[in-house]
Design a protein around this ligand. Sequence first.
Ligand code: NDP
Length: 227
Amino acid sequence: MMNRSTYLITGANRGIGLEFARQLSARGDRVIATARSPKKAKELGKLDVRVETLDVSDGESVASLARALSGERIDVLIHNAAIGSAGPGIDRIHPDAVEQDFRVNALGPLRVTQALLPCLRAGRRKTIVAITSGLGSISGNNGGGWTAYRISKAALNQLVRSMAADLSAEKFTCIAISPGWVRTDMGGSGAPLSAEESVRSMLRVIDRLRPSDSSRFFDRGGKEVPW
Ligand code: NDP
């Protein structure tokens, strides 16, 4: 394949991350698929991908990945790993629960981006994709619920804007994209979309990204979502 790119995906052992690894490897791209416990990642182990260990909330784990990838290039970084659940409402939510979601969903992508910047700078596409959620949209929050998750994804969205601004001189493309409501462990069995459909449509958007798209928030069909 002429334009083979290298993608690094976090949380690639199940759900949407696994499906990214499957579709990208199937079409011939190079995939560095990361998982907290590669030995347990049986499905991932069947794919033609390189598997590396990564817990995005653990600074030492992130540093160790950066050492393993030192001197290599990454074209597209996909921040996919996240935790989240509906949780109790604002009257009963425990601040520790908010901190936990924040640590994984917002600080995780910050740590991983920082650690992998040398690899991204060496890349040809300099693209950072944050898998966010419609629940992270501040202007879209009229329904409440999912408090910890919403706060963490709103912070992730803000991180995307900051990365886009700070890396614009280097022609990076940094975007947020929401996958839709997808049948995974997080999305549950009642969700309308399969991971296959969601990832196929997100890849159509990701494939067409240019630096002028940086700092935008898209839905899986490429329509802009209000922050
Ligand atoms: P899943 O719960 O199915 O998978 C989550 C993935 O994240 C797993 O691979 C999990 O690994 C990994 N993960 C969790 N914590 C960490 C950590 N500290 N370090 C590294 N990896 C971690 O979720 P989905 O596939 O549904 O979600 C993927 C993305 O899409 C997330 O960002 C989510 O917020 C977003 N999203 C999903 C929606 C849906 O409907 N499914 C809707 C909107 C957004 P492990 O197996 O080790 O726990």
